[in-house]
Each structure stands twice: as structure tokens, then as C-alpha cells.
Design a protein around this ligand. Structure first.
Ligand SMILES: Nc1ncnc2c1ncn2[C@@H]1O[C@H](COP(=O)(O)OP(=O)(O)OP(=O)(O)O)[C@@H](O)[C@H]1O
Ligand SMILES: [Mg+2]
Length: 448
């Protein structure tokens, strides 16, 4: 249907985690060893299952979830799985603790925007519309009021037909112009919003369908009366609403210059919140809290972290999931050492899930799943060699090497990744530790 779709939930690209479909739990919330793309890490997955349950019952407010564990132990993977479990259409916003710093915008503004992108609002609206199959259409043109040499549609008379009635309508220049623009002709099923005059073409009826080049939707002739009340459902995020509202208030100049990177002022957000609350109370809207996932949360400084703990107290908040691979570390922006580099007032509100290192068999299993996801076969000895990389360096590194080796093998026309591909690729690309040692060596030389 060609009804205006405002905003909508954006799909996050999550490349390395595309094999994850859920938490892989049974009905009782017990984790199966390997299911939904996840392997092992049972305790963390079961805990995550409880988090999902709490979120669904709305009992996570005032709290945030922290995933803590060494690098490559599936923290990001589990956050992605939580989002999958919450269901389709639930917003999932992923950002990294370091991403909030930019030269143009305040970090609290970046966080606020992310938070509002992670809250969906499903709005139901009843509207009066004229709907039917066009059986007659007559468009009258006249001189444009701005330019006498240009002819523009001035009014139109159309007949709309449903299964039970037929109605002749006289429409003004606004609707007539849209009829011309959309190329509406006899046999089209259209809808005209009674209040705004917005025209939408729904499709063509079976009888009048011609095998045009344009792929057109075949639809039945609508039933009921021509003028009717219809329910429309839109899913937007609070951020979409903020932008729409800001644009409307911005007037003519905001249309000319756009509101792209402009900051939304707090009054706009307050007005949107108020509006949404009224809709909810009137039963016209429903809030869909999504997930705001902040990876490498220890990269946030004290101001950003305090902002998060304050935000958790407000009424409209998404489920906040933080992840870190640091133990005791300095809180950025201070001289204070604290667990995960986080201040006490935030720590107090965290539900903590820890992830453990994988053993060799688990690593191998995960690598097999990844290979399948990348759509490439891996020879047994190549897999063993990848497993060794995973055990000795990190799972993340092994997954990366697998991806690159896959590209290499494919470009050479091979059907499967061989051990020589893995060895060659891992020789060329270093893991973090190796790269750091490398740079350190040069730094020391420079200092001499
Ligand atoms: N239990 C698991 N089952 C299946 N795949 C997994 C599992 N754990 C991790 N992975 C995959 O292994 C790779 C590395 O894991 P991930 O990035 O989630 O680790 P991390 O704990 O977030 O690491 P870092 O601290 O470096 O951010 C990813 O591709 C991830 O999808
Ligand atoms: Mg991660």
C-alpha cells in the first residue's frame, strides 16, 4: 500500500554476528549447547534470557545490563542475540563508547539521540478516506495563476466504485494535480485522504490489469462504502518524531536548508514526549522499548557515564546494554580507579553478566558456524589451524582470519579454504597484541 511510511526502524549491519539468530534457550530457559548460532557460554546466555524476560515484563527500568568478559568471549554476540529475542521490529542501536566523541556535537547529544532512536512508537490512527476503483476520470486544466502560459490541473471529477456503491466526486486543484502526477486512470484503485487530500494508488483491479512494463499490484475492488474510516498503523522512533516536529517548527527555512545535523532542542523533545504520552493514554499509541547497546563502555568518560545513569531514571528509556573487557581501570576524565572504569552510581544499577573464555572445542564449533555463514567450505586441517589461532590469540582474530581467507580462496577459484590460505593470511595480518608490540618497538627506537 502506498501510504506514507514515516521513519521506520533501521536495520543495523552487524557483519561478524550475522549467524546469531537468538539465545538458543529451551522453554524452561536452559541454554542448549549449540542453538540459534550460539555455542557454549551457557551461564551468560541463560542470564541474558532472564534479562529478555524482565524487559518484556517492563521490569528492567532504572537498570542497565553490563556484559563483562575478556576480548572475543561473545559479549557483542550475546547483545545481538538479546535483540533478536526481543523480536522483529524492536529497534536495536549499536554504538561504541568512543563513537560518542565528535567535534561537531556534544557527547550527551549523541547519546540522547541514540537513546531516542532505540525507542519505537507504534501509532494507530483512524482516518476518513475515499476509496474505490476509478471508473471515470475527467481532469480540467486551466492557466497557472503564476504563469498564464502554463496549463495546470484545476479540478477533476472522478467516479469511485466499491462492491456496494459508486460515488462521483468533484476534487480541487491539489487532488487533481496528484491524480495527474500518479497517472491515475480508469481501473486503478485509489485512496484519497478526506482531510488532507493526499492521494495514494493502491493498485489495479484484475479486470483492468494489462501486462504493462511496470509491475503493478493486482487488488480486489474495495468493499463497503466509498467514504469510510480506516485504521493506519505507523511505527516510528522517538527520534523520527523529534525530527518531524523540529522540521514543522523550523518553518520555511528548515525546509530550504534541512535540519540534518542540527541539534534537536530540549523543548522539542519535551513536546514529543508529552504528545506520545497523550497518545498512549488515549490508546492510540504503544511504546516499543528497543535496545541501546554501547560496546567498549569503558571508553566513555565520567560525564557520558553520569548521563547514562541519569537517563535510566526517566520514563521513556530503552533497554541499555553495556559491554566492556576491562577490569579495574581509570574512569575517563578522572583520576579514580573503579571496576570497569565506571562510577559507583552507575555500578549500583547494573545487572552484570560475565562471559568466560572458550575452550578449543567451542572455538572450533563457532568457526564451523561462521564458515557456513560465509558460504565457504574449510578443509579439516585449515579448521584445526584456525582453532589454534583462536586458542592462542583470540576468537575474534580467528573469525577475522577465516573471513579473509574465505575471500582469498574464492578469488582464486577454490571451493574450500585450505591450510595454506589460513597460514598465509595470518602471516600477513597481525592481531592487536602483535601490532602493539610492533609499534612499541619503534617508539623505543625513537626515544633513544
Ligand atoms: N558463543 C558464541 N557462539 C557463536 N559465535 C560466537 C560466540 N561468541 C562469540 N562468537 C562470535 O565470535 C566473534 C567474536 O565475538 P565477540 O565480538 O562477540 O566478542 P566480544 O566479547 O564482544 O569481544 P571484544 O571484547 O573484543 O569486543 C564474533 O564473530 C561472534 O559473533
Ligand atoms: Mg565486542
Amino acid at each position: 500500500m502506498e501510504i506514507e511510511e514515516i521513519g521506520g526502524v533501521k536495520v543495523e549491519r552487524i557483519g561478524a554476528h550475522s549467524h546469531i539468530k537468538g539465545l538458543g534457550l529451551d522453554e524452561r530457559g536452559k541454554a542448549k549447547f549449540a542453538a540459534d548460532g550460539l555455542v557454549g557460554q551457557l551461564r551468560a546466555r541463560e542470564a541474558a534470557g532472564l534479562v529478555v524476560k524482565m524487559a518484556k515484563e517492563g521490569r528492567l527500568s532504572g537498570k542497565a545490563v553490563l556484559l563483562a568478559g575478556p576480548p572475543g568471549t561473545g559479549k557483542t554476540a550475546i547483545a545481538v542475540a538479546i535483540a533478536r529475542e526481543l523480536g522483529e521490529g524492536v529497534p536495536f542501536i549499536q554504538l561504541s563508547g568512543s563513537e560518542i566523541y565528535s567535534a561537531e556535537r556534544k557527547k550527551t547529544e549523541v547519546l540522547m539521540e541514540a537513546m531516542r532512536k532505540a525507542i519505537g512508537v507504534k501509532v494507530r490512527e483512524m482516518r476518513k478516506v475515499y476509496e474505490g476503483e476509478v471508473t471515470e476520470i475527467d481532469i480540467k486544466t486551466g492557466s497557472s495563476p503564476y504563469n498564464p502560459f502554463v496549463k495546470v490541473p484545476q479540478e477533476a471529477v472522478i467516479t469511485l466504485k466499491t462492491t456496494s456503491e459508486e460515488k462521483k466526486l468533484r476534487v480541487g486543484p491539489n487532488v487533481a494535480r496528484q491524480l495527474v502526477e500518479f497517472g491515475i486512470s480508469e481501473g486503478d484503485v485509489i485512496m484519497i485522504d478526506a482531510e488532507s487530500g493526499r492521494v495514494s494508488k493502491i493498485g489495479r483491479t484484475q479486470e483492468s490489469y494489462t501486462y504493462d512494463l511496470e509491475a503493478e499490484q493486482i487488488v480486489p475492488r474495495p468493499d463497503g462504502t466509498v467514504l469510510k474510516e480506516k485504521e493506519f498503523v505507523y511505527v516510528m522512533t522517538l527520534d523520527d518524531l523529534d525530527n518531524m516536529y523540529a522540521r514543522r517548527r523550523g518553518g520555511f527555512f528548515s525546509l530550504l536548508f534541512g535540519v540534518g545535523e542540527r541539534e534537536i532542542d530540549p523543548e522539542v523533545r519535551a513536546a514529543v514526549d508529552q504528545q506520545v504520552k497523550e497518545w498512549v493514554e488515549a490508546g492510540r499509541a504503544e511504546i516499543i522499548p528497543g535496545v541501546m547497546f554501547i560496546d567498549d563502555a569503558h571508553m566513555m568518560d565520567i560525564e557520558a557515564l553520569s548521563f547514562i545513569s541519569r537517563a535510566m531514571e526517566s520514563e521513556l528509556v530503552p533497554i541499555i546494554i553495556l559491554a566492556t573487557n576491562r577490569g579495574i581501570t581509570r574512569i575517563r576524565g578522572t583520576e579514580i580507579e573503579a571496576p570497569f572504569g565506571m562510577p559507583l552510581d552507575l555500578l549500583d544499577r547494573l545487572v552484570i553478566i560475565v562471559t568466560d573464555k572458550y575452550n578449543g572445542d567451542e572455538i572450533e564449533h563457532i568457526l564451523r558456524i561462521r564458515a557456513k555463514e560465509e558460504g565457504i567450505e574449510v578443509s579439516e586441517d585449515a579448521l584445526k589451524s584456525l582453532r589454534k589461532l583462536g586458542e592462542e590469540r583470540s576468537l575474534r582474530y580467528a573469525v577475522q582470519i577465516l573471513g579473509i581467507a574465505g575471500v582469498k580462496a574464492r578469488s582464486e577459484g577454490k571451493k574450500a579454504i585450505g591450510i595454506e590460505d589460513v597460514e598465509e593470511v595470518s602471516l600477513r595480518f597481525s592481531d592487536v597484541k602483535e601490532a602493539v608490540d610492533h609499534l612499541r618497538k619503534y617508539e623505543e627506537e625513537l626515544l633513544k
